[in-house]
Design a protein around this ligand. Structure first.
Ligand code: XMP
Length: 519
């Protein structure tokens, strides 16, 4: 049964104007957790690009600038044209207040961390279901010092008078409802989208699958689609969605680049067969490893691996020249990040090379059904589609595979050492039921040999570094506090069972300052 009438149901999207906050993506995720679709845009997005998006609400994020600083980002000139509810968060609040004629000043004391908020009116929709006093999380230097005409104060803290204000359906809050430290944070966002914007909560896996299948059918008609699969969750879910849409016209290709983990190629092909998806297998190991000969620079390795994938695809499609579409498992964070990386101020950390990068002179049209999804949403869709846990819950594995986990030159003997060590590490992690708790856990082969002693003999062998991290989306990561006993068994098994490794170290670097992969 519909909660709302059809007119309201039409407006199903919340857009988030990103002023550069580290939490913008988190706002988008929280809105989607309310089963409402959300998208992140920049303040300079044009009105014409947004006009057909069925926007039912607009959120302005926080950001590092001060609204009174010269050149600071202001509110877009189209903001009020949509005539939908607006919620400004932190800098977003200050931008609205500044625009409407109120004032914002640098506070004498910046406010970071928890503050107790007091609600002025318990009937206020934004705070429906919340107590009159609760903890909120603050992170600001500037504060609102006077409200524009027509605005009401709806909540304060001891040190921040204008902690929440409103005028009609325009709301502004100084605290961050998107972070877990704000009690009732999710409830406040849920109230905004459902009680104030009155958006029907239809963004569910089931709804996504039904509408995406329709879209794919419309896009590809009777044409053939090539889907390069890696065995990871993104390409598997992409393949499963396309398979459900146009079964007989899907061609899945699994390229063994020689940089996979122990038994991986056999496992992936078998699991796809079990899920009734036919996979064509190409073993291009020799081609990849010989192209990587003498290469030690990480970016060079990525470039070569990417180009070799392309040439393997090219030979494959020459033999199958009726393929018109190429399916890719691109996710929303990749889309947002590539937009951010276009900024001249963004520094390039590393080029992430995905399997299936499209060569410029190949005449494929792209099918990217996951372009608007976060990883956890993709896992939900995979489960709903009935994919096995082995595929859905897999930890991410980079496109260049073990190639960026061997420091220095990649050789067959080094690949063997790393495969064996990684296999043992994974076995121990799984035995201790930690696999799903960790974003990633893997072994890295270092390019140094060190002296050891085994029995009465001197050894001079390679070192393995263990990397295990917890993360929500790989943008930041914490090194995992694995139990000492577990580290002990991983270390003694690797040094005893892998001939050629005499030392194991544990990487205790978070991201930042490190990255998850070593290269
Ligand atoms: P970093 O090392 O940048 O990794 O902290 C973040 C996430 O991205 C994965 N990664 C890659 N994935 N091609 C990929 O498909 C790449 O070149 C690549 N480099 C890193 C990494 O495993 C982690 O999940």
């Amino acid at each position: 049964m519909s909660l709302l009438n059809n007119t309201e149901k039409k407006y199903n999207t919340v857009i988030i104007i990103d002023y550069g906050s580290q939490y913008s993506k988190l706002i988008a995720r929280r809105i989607r957790e309310c089963n409402v679709y959300s998208e992140i845009i920049t303040p300079d997005e044009s009105y014409s690009n947004l006009a057909n998006k069925n926007i039912g609400g607009i959120i302005l994020s926080g950001g590092p600038a001060g609204i009174n600083e010269p050149g600071s980002p202001k509110i877009p000139n189209w903001l009020y044209k949509f005539d939908v509810p607006i919620l400004g968060i932190c800098y977003g609040l200050q931008a609205i207040i500044h625009d409407q004629g109120g004032s914002v000043s640098s506070s004498q004391h910046s406010e970071y961390g928890n503050s107790k908020i007091k609600i002025k009116n318990s009937k206020e929709k934004l705070f429906k279901g919340c107590d009159n006093n609760f903890n909120v999380w603050m992170s600001h230097g500037d504060s609102v010092t006077s409200m524009p005409e027509g605005y009401d104060l709806i909540a304060s803290t001891d040190s921040c008078k204008y902690a929440a204000v409103k005028s009609g359906n325009i709301y502004g809050i100084q605290f961050h409802p998107e972070v877990v430290h704000t009690e009732n944070g999710s409830k406040i966002l849920d109230n905004f989208v459902k009680e104030i914007c009155k958006i029907y909560p239809e963004w569910t896996s089931e709804h996504f699958i039904t509408t995406t299948i329709e879209k794919i059918r419309k896009q590809v008609n009777d044409n053939k689609v090539l889907c390069a699969i890696s065995g990871g969750v993104d390409s598997s879910v992409t393949a499963a969605l396309i398979n459900k849409s146009i079964e007989s016209n899907l061609i899945c290709l699994f390229v063994n680049n020689g940089l996979l983990r122990k038994n991986e190629h056999k496992d992936v092909v078998r699991k796809f067969k079990e899920a009734n998806i036919d996979v064509q297998y190409v073993d291009a190991t020799e081609q990849f490893i010989s192209n990587l000969k003498n290469i030690t620079d990480p970016e060079e390795k990525r470039k070569i691996i990417g180009n070799t994938f392309i040439s393997v695809f090219e030979s494959f499609t020459k033999k199958n020249d009726d393929i018109k579409f190429l399916a890719q498992g691109t996710l929303y964070p990749d889309v947002i990040e590539s937009a951010t990386n276009d900024s001249p101020n963004a520094s390039k950390i590393k080029t992430h090379h995905n399997v299936g990068g499209l060569p410029e002179d190949m005449n494929f049209e792209l099918v990217e059904p996951l372009r608007n999804l976060f990883k956890d949403e993709v896992r939900g869709i995979g489960r709903e589609l009935g994919l096995p846990d082995f595929l859905v819950d897999r930890q991410p594995f980079p496109g260049p595979g073990l190639g960026i986990r061997i420091m220095g030159e990649i050789t067959f003997p080094k690949l063997e050492l790393l495969r064996e060590a990684d296999w043992i590490l994974m076995d121990e992690i799984k035995k201790n039921n930690l696999y799903e708790d960790l974003w990633q856990s893997f072994a890295v082969l270092l390019n140094t040999q060190t002296v050891g002693v085994m029995g009465d003999h001197r050894t001079y062998e390679y070192t393995i570094a263990i990397r295990a991290v917890k993360s929500e989306d790989a943008m930041t990561a914490d090194w995992a506090k694995l139990p000492y006993d577990l580290l002990d068994s991983i270390s003694s098994r690797i040094t005893n069972e892998v001939n050629g490794i005499n030392r194991v170290v544990y990487d205790i670097t978070s991201k930042p300052p490190g990255t998850i992969e070593w290269e």
